[in-house]
Design a protein. Structure first.
Length: 114
């Protein structure tokens, strides 16, 4: 019974926090806070760090993953004769492609509030 009470408290606490945050975003109470954070982060901008982040973004892109998957698939199949792993690669590529497209759709359509 105690576990259910804790779960109920956590649920309603989270719900209250979400409602409060939604109200603050809608009423634009967080714009000043956002501006402070954005200014601090942009103040830390550096050429080398920007190049490193662009590289990390590229190696996480769908294009790079697909290009990398094909040689790995061929290497495992023909050189190492690893036949059990073969169904995993196409399934992972399809899943990754779908997940990336869904995430891109969801996160690119949200309002920025600024």
């Amino acid at each position: 019974m105690k576990f259910n009470l804790q779960l109920l408290i956590a649920f309603f606490g989270s719900l209250f926090g979400f409602i409060l945050m939604s109200y603050m975003v809608q009423a634009e109470h967080l714009v000043a806070f956002d501006r402070v954070v954005i200014d601090r982060v942009q103040g830390l901008e550096a050429e080398g760090l920007t190049a490193a982040m662009k590289f990390l973004t590229y190696i996480g892109s769908l294009k790079f993953i697909v290009i990398l998957t094909i040689p790995i698939f061929l290497f495992l199949f023909y050189v190492l004769k690893y036949r059990l792993g073969n169904p995993c690669f196409p399934v992972c590529c399809i899943y990754y492609t779908d997940f990336e497209q869904v995430a891109e759709t969801v996160f690119s359509s949200r309002p920025s509030g600024l």
